[in-house]
Design a protein around this ligand. Sequence first.
Ligand code: HEC
Ligand code: HEC
Length: 210
Amino acid sequence: MSKVVFAGLATMSLLAMAAVSPSPSALPKAEMDKMVDACATCHGTNGEGLEARSAPRLAGLSKDYISRQLANFASGKRGTDTGDIYGSQMVAISKTLKPDDIDAVAAYYAGLSASAPHPVVPGDVGQGKLLYESCAACHGEDGMGIAELGAPRLAGQADWYVLHSLKLYKSNSRGAGDTYGQQMVAAMQVVPDEKAMRDVTAYLATLSER
Ligand code: HEC
Ligand code: HEC
């Protein structure tokens, strides 16, 4: 357990370092601004996420995770299942991005911070905490993610998006096509139904307050 906590802390300090010294963008400023303006129409001006657009928070996710998701959308590993109606929007957008664009935009959002969105998903926090014990091995006790495992930060993510994502993994509409996502499909075995998904989501929302 302490090893997991340590890994989580190490990840946090790495993120903190990344925030202090973001790698300079390889793209000309005008190009970068244009791209980020496009993302902002759905993901919000500071990458905080917009529920009205079903678009999650990007601020503070790791550069590696953001890059990988953009590549997954572009290659059709994510967002192409008929059950994944929101992901399909990202498929079209990702296909317009060149490798340099992905690199720059992922670094940009990884370096931003945003306050946690207001929770909207009710659930039993106590039950959720128990369930989260099975998640912590990969996402960290503090929900900050574990880079080495490819497991993203969940603390501070919008709860409606977390719930939506869990439903997608549970119904095999996300994750089946790639090795990282498959781990999530497997992890959902301990989350039997929508009530359990809501409980663990409600617990995660309490982590974002720290
Ligand atoms: C038309 C709206 C729209 C635009 C524009 C848009 N996105 Fe998205 N994006 C979404 C939605 C909706 C999702 C959630 C997909 C899902 O539910 O799986 C998403 C998901 C993502 C994810 C996955 C996040 C995660 O936690 O797994 C990343 C990364 C992302 N978008 C990056 C970008 C970037 C970078 C841009 C600009 C180049 C962009 N998006 C532009 C709507 C949009
Ligand atoms: C074996 C490691 C592992 C376990 C256990 C695990 N996860 Fe994950 N999780 C991952 C990985 C890896 C990803 C990234 C998958 C991808 O690229 O699509 C992920 C992605 C997610 C996402 C999507 C985040 C986003 O931004 O789109 C959510 C939500 C999530 N996990 C919640 C949970 C919950 C809740 C549990 C416990 C019930 C859990 N995970 C257990 C490894 C794990």
